[in-house]
Design a protein around this ligand. Structure first.
Ligand code: SF4
Length: 355
C-alpha cells in the first residue's frame, strides 16, 4: 500500500452473534419509522442490515422518496448530507460515525474553490458552468448551485456534462480530476481541452480549454495501476477488465470499460458463465461480486484488495449505538445541513435529478 491517507489493504471483519442479534431487535422495534441505507463499499456485517443498497445516485434518489422519520445512512458523510438536503424537515438523517468523511471530498474546500473561481472568471469571456461530483461537501454543492451548476454521480456524469455544455461553454469540474477527465475524453474531447488546476491558465491558454479539473482524487481508486491491467491480461487471456471512473485516465484507457459501481455490478451480472473479470474498485464490492457469481471468475485488479478507511469506520457497534439512540430519543449521530447551504445545494442536486 502507498501509505496514502484514506486507503488500506483489505481486512476481514467479524462481529459477535450477540451484537448482530441486538441490531436485529432494535431494527424490528423501530421498523415503522426507520430505513437503513447502505453503500456498496460497506462491510458485509453492516450492509446486511441495509433496507436499500446502492451507489450514491440510487441512494440519493431513494432518500428523496423516503417517507420514514429516521434515515440511517451507512456510508460516508457527504452521502448523509445529501440525504438530509433531499428529505423533508420532519425527517432526520443519521450516520453511525460522524468522522466517516471522504478523502476526495476533503480536497475541495469552499474558500479555495471560490478563490480559483474568481480568478478563472476574471480571465474568461465565456460562461463557465460549475459541476461537482456528488463526492463533495454540502458547501461545495451549494457553491455550484448558487452559480447555476449541477451535481453529477459516476453513473450520470456524461449527461450532466452535456447539460452543462448547453448552459455554458466551459466546465469547472470538482473535485475528482480523474472522473472529470475520463468523462470528457469519453465524450470525444482531447487532452488539450482539459486543464488540471494545479496552476491557472493565462488568457491565451483559456481559449482552447473546455474543462477545468480540480486537482482532487480518490485515494482508493488511485491505487490501481496500468501494470495491474497488463498483469491480469497476461495471466488470464480473454479477461474483461472493468474499473471505476475514479481510476486514472491511463487505467481507464487500458481497461475494457469503466463506470459507476452499479454499472460494474450490471456488467458482471449480465456476463456469461465462465467469463473472467478483473475489477478495479473497493474490495468489499469485489468480494461480494465474487460470492454472488460463483459461475464467473471475479478478480481484484490490485491483487491485494484495497479498502476505503472512512467507509470502514461504520461498524456494527456504531450502528447499534445509533439505533439505540434513536429509540431512546437521544441520538447524537444526526446530520443537519445549514438551511442556506441546503437551499443552494438542493438546487444543484435537483438539476441533476431532473435530467
Ligand atoms: S472510496 Fe474514495 S471516493 Fe469513495 S468514500 Fe472512499 S475516499 Fe471517498
Amino acid at each position: 500500500m502507498s501509505g496514502e491517507k484514506g486507503v488500506e489493504t483489505f481486512r476481514e471483519s467479524t462481529s459477535s452473534p450477540e451484537l448482530l442479534s441486538a441490531i436485529k431487535v432494535l431494527k424490528k422495534e423501530l421498523s415503522s419509522e426507520l430505513v437503513i441505507l447502505g453503500h456498496h463499499y460497506q462491510r458485509d456485517d453492516v450492509l446486511q442490515f441495509a433496507d436499500i443498497t446502492g451507489d450514491s445516485l440510487i441512494l440519493s434518489r431513494k432518500a428523496a422518496e423516503m417517507q420514514k422519520k429516521h434515515i440511517v445512512f451507512c456510508g460516508v458523510y457527504f452521502m448523509a448530507e445529501c440525504a438530509d438536503i433531499l428529505t423533508e424537515e420532519d425527517q432526520a438523517v443519521y450516520i453511525p460515525d460522524l468522522e466517516a468523511g471522504c478523502a476526495m471530498a476533503d480536497m475541495a474546500g469552499r474558500r479555495q474553490v471560490e478563490e480559483t473561481w474568481g480568478k478563472l472568471t476574471a480571465v474568461s469571456d465565456e460562461t463557465i458552468i460549475p459541476v461537482t461530483y456528488i463526492n463533495s461537501s454540502a458547501d461545495i454543492k451549494a457553491f455550484v448551485g448558487e452559480r447555476g451548476g449541477l451535481v453529477c454521480t459516476s453513473s450520470n456524469a456524461g449527461p450532466v456534462f452535456d447539460r452543462a455544455m448547453e448552459l455554458g461553454s466551459k466546465i469547472l469540474f470538482l473535485p475528482d480530476r480523474y472522473l472529470g477527465a475520463n468523462t470528457a475524453l469519453h465524450k470525444g474531447m482531447n487532452k488539450k481541452q482539459l486543464w488540471l488546476l494545479d496552476r491557472l491558465p493565462d488568457r491565451r491558454q483559456m481559449k482552447d480549454i473546455r474543462v477545468f479539473l480540480w486537482d482532487g482524487y480518490c485515494s482508493v481508486h488511485r491505487q490501481f495501476r496500468v501494470e495491474d491491467v497488463y498483469r491480469l491480461r497476461k495471466e488470464y487471456p480473454g479477461i474483461r477488465i472493468i474499473v471505476h471512473g475514479e481510476c486514472s485516465e491511463a487505467v481507464v484507457q487500458a481497461s475494457d470499460d469503466f463506470g459507476s459501481t452499479s454499472a460494474i455490478i450490471q456488467q458482471v451480472s449480465s456476463a456469461p458463465a465462465g467469463s473472467i473479470w478483473g475489477v478495479g474498485t473497493e474490495e468489499h464490492l469485489v468480494r461480494r461480486l465474487k460470492k454472488r457469481f460463483p459461475d464467473k471468475t471475479v478478480l481484484s485488479l490490485s491483487g491485494k484488495g484495497v479498502q476505503c478507511t472512512t467507509m470502514y469506520r461504520i461498524t456494527p457497534e456504531k450502528l447499534q449505538k445509533t439505533l439505540q439512540g434513536i429509540r431512546d430519543g437521544g441520538s447524537t449521530q444526526r446530520i443537519r445541513v445549514n438551511p442556506e447551504i441546503k437551499h443552494y445545494a438542493k438546487s444543484a442536486l435537483m438539476r441533476m435529478l431532473s435530467l
